[in-house]
Design a protein around this ligand. Structure first.
Ligand code: NAP
Ligand code: MG
Length: 486
């Protein structure tokens, strides 16, 4: 199996656990990795137990003083080299990602670039961890404020962006002087292992980055969170698992950054440029096949432009070519696994029962692999269940509205608040609506917000903290205040 992988990707991908700079076999046997386009295994990787996890924490803890004391410039240069190595390996890394995740090669290439950019950005930020000196109001002393590395950090990542969710955490952690143990998703451990191998090649010392694929995420992550040497949890995944981990982290009062689920509304006001909105919707809905926390999940379209938008958007979606991600010309690959496809199919069936009209798609093609047809549902009732669930697939429900305030209220009626999209020709109105939308990020006349230089994150139950930008670095630091009389 591994031979095929090397043949297709043109690269050798490690399949062990990475602990203290050594690739080892896990105590829990092997974790099979499947190709979602064929449902066939492509590799087996080592699977960690709680005991392996404690070894990894020890390795990270031992490496911490040396890495924290390494000059920021040197830490930054390691990250910069990792950026360059990733870019040089784009094609191999992209193919590896397609094999384990299913996404179209074009999306995978875009992700490798996006992922590498986190290393470049945090290479630059590593030397800009500013503090502050002020005189106290009473005049008796000085107030010194500095940011120190928070310490050993546990990073838990999902399968939908297997490289970028890892680099978005490893980049700032290493820039800040922290050491890490990364637990990738069971569906996509290979990209994470490949990124770790690149970091080692870039000169990151042994023990600074440890990686633990596992079939038992609960006990592995639980054991690490119970260990007082672990000072930070940075998690990206579902709100459901995030909530559980917040409870667990409470026992040791571990610092948490949480990037959780989304339910992004996409608002199209009466004066929007409909062609631009269709273009933006293609990205907001179809980037990564709809398997993105930022994916447009609900389209609220003013009735004056709804017919035109629905027709043009459905035409674009139905023209997409669906097939294995590695095939030439594929626009949309399979979903990641059978459960995800079942969930998407069920949501569409229920929406149809709720009175929605299927404009295009609405079924899974009769073939091997976890494929689902690009789907547009129109006239979706505002109360339909599909509007409350993260679809995580290529399905676009359209709700028509007559009044902008009503659209804002519908957009905000969710426990989530990650991102919202808005199309209108009136920038003044756009900024007013942007302020009223309950989301951590707003795209105005744009279908994508992700940018390593910008603070990414959600409000409400979409998360705590921010990744990227300068804030992403500060999440891996503790603020220390020193009162000094000189
Ligand atoms: P998930 O089921 O929550 O899994 C995320 C990670 O948590 C995986 O590594 C998973 O391991 C691990 N995990 C599962 N159960 C655990 C437990 N009991 N204890 C500790 N770790 C556990 O999410 P997913 O299905 O992989 O990913 C999709 C979700 O991620 C969506 O909700 C999406 O919105 C969210 N997401 C959010 C962002 C953001 O930035 N806000 C970005 C991307 C994705 P296993 O793989 O072994 O289950
Ligand atoms: Mg899961």
């Amino acid at each position: 199996m591994a031979a095929d992988l090397a043949g297709i990707t043109g690269m050798n991908t490690p399949t062990g656990l990475l602990i203290g700079g050594q690739w080892t076999t896990g105590r829990a046997g092997l974790l099979p990795v499947l190709d979602p386009a064929t449902e066939e295994p492509i590799a087996e990787v080592a699977s960690a137990t709680a005991e392996d996890a404690i070894e990894a924490v020890t390795a990270a803890h031992d490496a911490l003083p040396g890495w924290a004391a390494t000059p920021p410039r040197v830490r930054g240069e390691c990250l910069r080299r990792a950026y360059e190595l990733m870019i040089a390996d784009t094609e191999s890394l992209a193919k590896l990602m397609v094999l384990e995740n299913g996404k179209a090669l074009r999306d995978a290439r875009a992700e490798v670039t996006y992922a590498a950019e986190f290393f470049r950005w945090f290479a630059e930020e590593a030397v800009r961890i500013d503090g502050m000196v002020t005189r106290s109001p009473s005049g008796t002393n000085r107030i010194l404020v500095q940011h120190q590395p928070v310490g050993v950090s546990v990073l838990v990542t999902p399968w939908n962006f297997p490289a970028a969710m890892a680099t978005r955490k490893i980049g700032p952690a290493l820039a800040a002087g922290c050491t890490v143990v990364l637990k990738p998703a069971k569906e996509t451990p290979l990209s994470a292992l490949a990124v770790a191998a690149i970091l080692a090649e870039a000169g990151v010392p042994d023990g600074v980055v440890n990686v633990l694929p596992t079939t038992s995420p609960g006990s592995v992550v639980g054991a690490m969170l119970a260990d007082p040497r672990v000072r930070k949890l940075s998690f990206t995944g579902s709100t459901e698992v995030g909530r559980m981990l917040l409870h667990t982290a409470a026992d040791t009062v571990t610092n948490c950054s949480m990037e959780l689920g989304g339910n992004a509304p996409f608002l199209i006001l009466h004066d929007a440029d409909v062609d631009a909105a269709v273009e933006g919707a293609m990205i907001a809905k179809m980037r990564n096949g709809g398997e993105a926390c930022t994916a447009a999940n609900r389209f609220y379209v003013h009735e004056a432009v709804a017919d035109e938008f629905s027709r043009k958007f459905a035409a674009r979606l139905s023209a997409l070519s669906v097939g294995p991600g590695l095939d030439d010309g594929t626009d949309l690959g399979p979903l990641v696994n059978a459960d995800t496809r079942t969930k998407v199919a069920t949501l569409v069936e229920e929406a149809a029962k709720d009175g929605s009209r299927v404009v295009t798609g609405g079924s899974a093609p009769d073939r091997r692999g976890y494929f689902y047809a690009p789907t547009v549902l129109d006239d979706v009732p505002p109360t339909a269940g599909i509007l409350n669930e993260e679809i995580f697939g290529p399905v676009a429900p359209i709700v028509r509205f007559a009044d902008t305030d009503q659209a804002i209220a519908m957009a905000n009626s969710t426990e989530y608040g990650l991102v919202s999209y808005l199309y209108t020709a009136d920038l003044r109105r756009a900024l007013q609506v942007a302020e009223a939308l309950e989301a951590g990020m707003i795209g105005i006349n744009r279908g994508v917000v992700s940018d390593p230089a910008a603070p990414f994150g959600g409000v409400k139950q979409s998360g705590l903290g921010r990744e990227g930008g300068h804030q992403g670095l500060l999440e891996f630091t503790e603020t220390k205040y020193i009162a000094v009389d000189w």
